[in-house]
Design a protein. Structure first.
Length: 145
C-alpha cells in the first residue's frame, strides 16, 4: 500500500502530503478517516470528498460518526458512486440508519476500534492515574498520543 496523508500541519514523515482532504481523496483508493470530532471536522467527509474519492474508492471511518455526512455517504453507496465503506462509528450511535444494513458494499461493525490490548491497557492505566490524582487533590490528565 502506498501511504499518503493530510493533516492541518505537515509532519516530518516519509509519506506524500496532500494539502486538503479532497486532494487526498482524489489520490486514494482507500480513504481512512482518523480525526478528532470538532466543529472544524463536523461532516468533513462530505459530497465533495466522496466525489473526489470516486466510484473505485473506499472510505473507512474509525474516527467519529460526526465527521461523515451520513445521508450523503448512504446515497453514494446506494448509487455506487463509491465502491464501498467500512464503518466502525456512526453519527447517532447506537442507532444506525437501517438502510446501511441492506447494502452489500458496506461493512458495519460496532464501535470497537480501540479494542486492542495495548489501547485498553493504556486506557486502564490512565483511569488509575486520574483516580490517584483526583484523590490527591490534583487535576486529572487526558493523554492524547
Amino acid at each position: 500500500m502506498k501511504i499518503r496523508y493530510h493533516n492541518r500541519n505537515r509532519k516530518d514523515v516519509p509519506y506524500p502530503y496532500d494539502p486538503d482532504p479532497a486532494t487526498l481523496a482524489k489520490n486514494a483508493d482507500v480513504l481512512i478517516v482518523v480525526t478528532p470530532a470538532s466543529a472544524e471536522t463536523n461532516r468533513i467527509i462530505n459530497e465533495k470528498i466522496l466525489q473526489a474519492l470516486g466510484p473505485e474508492g473506499y472510505v473507512v471511518n474509525i474516527a467519529r460518526g460526526s465527521v461523515v455526512d451520513e445521508p450523503v455517504l448512504l446515497r453514494y453507496l446506494q448509487e455506487k458512486k463509491i465502491a464501498g465503506a467500512g464503518l466502525d462509528v456512526y453519527a447517532d450511535e447506537p442507532r444506525v440508519p437501517p438502510e446501511f444494513f441492506t447494502l452489500e458494499n458496506a461493512v458495519l461493525f460496532p464501535h470497537v476500534g480501540s479494542a486492542t490490548v495495548e489501547t485498553r491497557k493504556a486506557m486502564g492505566d490512565l483511569q488509575i492515574e486520574n483516580l490517584r490524582r483526583h484523590f490527591a487533590g490534583k487535576p486529572v490528565v487526558t493523554r492524547v498520543v
